[in-house]
Design a protein around this ligand. Structure first.
Ligand code: NAD
Length: 260
């Protein structure tokens, strides 16, 4: 389905982003990976994608908290692979703390990575998409783009921000064959969720079991974590021709969390 297309997925060395990049490669797209991680492990993943799916895969170690590096990553992908037809702004981090104790540097970092990086990558990718009259921009937002939880002020602010950004971009690009949408997962079992458990235990005075079952899964009526493959399948669907009228949408995949 995606033969001849190039997909750049930020934050794709782990979790949701890696599943999306692999799913696009499976559909025949050449991919640009991005994110942090052990150098050898990232290279193994990159080579593995090329071998398994018969596509080209490149890697950029650009830091998504830096606008100039983010723009250079997009330009580098266009140079190496010919275009960026599908851009998934997915890189993200979390930090859990009461707002009055929230470290300002953590606030700045979360806003930069979870929100501003999408601006820098999108502005670099849109001219090429407009020229080809085809493009897909998918922002990994969160259920926290629609509702809040305590102690996640920066994350909730950034995710609400990306929902608004998605809608603006969709309106600006609607007549150019470009769609822009936000995917809003509930809790997906990835390192990002696993790593916030100790801080949530401390902030709320709960045990690990109470955080997982009483707090995280309590939020989701299905009582199950969303899987990375489910999110990736939605990201694939949004690139298809049958999804060309879906734009400016904030799409939940959250086990019913935000319906409650
Ligand atoms: P993860 O920790 O598994 O992956 C995050 C990725 O972002 C990694 O590849 C990491 O290296 C990369 N990254 C972090 N900081 C970066 C930086 N400065 N520059 C470049 N790359 C950077 O987390 P995940 O759960 O897969 O999260 C992916 C996205 O999904 C995030 O935007 C997150 O907010 C969102 N999300 C996750 C969940 C969940 O429950 N896991 C739910 C809703 C939304």
């Amino acid at each position: 389905m995606l033969k001849g297309k190039v997909a750049l997925v930020t934050g794709s060395t782990s979790g949701i982003g890696l599943a999306i990049a692999r799913a696009y490669a499976k559909e025949g797209a050449n991919v640009c990976l991005n994110g942090f991680g052990d150098k050898d492990a990232v290279e193994k993943e990159r080579i593995g994608i090329e071998a398994e799916f018969g596509v080209r895969a490149i890697y950029s170690g650009a830091d998504m908290s830096k606008g100039d590096q983010t723009e250079a990553m997009v330009e580098g992908a266009i140079k190496s692979l010919g275009s960026v037809d599908i851009l998934v702004n997915n890189a993200g981090i979390q930090f859990v703390s009461p707002v009055e104790e929230f470290p300002p540097e953590k606030w700045e970092q979360i806003v930069a990575i979870n929100l501003s990086s999408a601006f820098y990558a999108t502005r670099a990718a849109i001219p090429g998409m407009k020229a080809k009259k085809w493009g897909r921009i998918i922002n990994t937002a969160s259920a926290h783009a629609l509702i809040a939880s305590p102690f996640k002020s920066a994350y909730v602010a950034a995710k609400h921000g990306i929902a608004g950004f998605t809608k603006s971009v969709a309106l600006e690009t609607a007549t150019f064959g470009i769609t822009a949408n936000a995917i809003c997962p509930g809790y997906v079992w990835t390192p990002l969720v696993e790593q916030q458990i100790p801080d949530t235990m401390a902030a709320r005075g709960l045990t690990r079991e109470q955080v997982i079952n009483g707090l995280l899964l309590h939020a989701q009526p299905t009582k199950q974590f969303v899987t990375v493959d489910e999110v990736a399948a939605l990201a694939v669907y949004l690139t298809g021709d049958m999804a060309r009228s879906i734009t400016g949408s904030i799409i939940t995949i959250d086990g019913g969390w935000t319906a409650a």
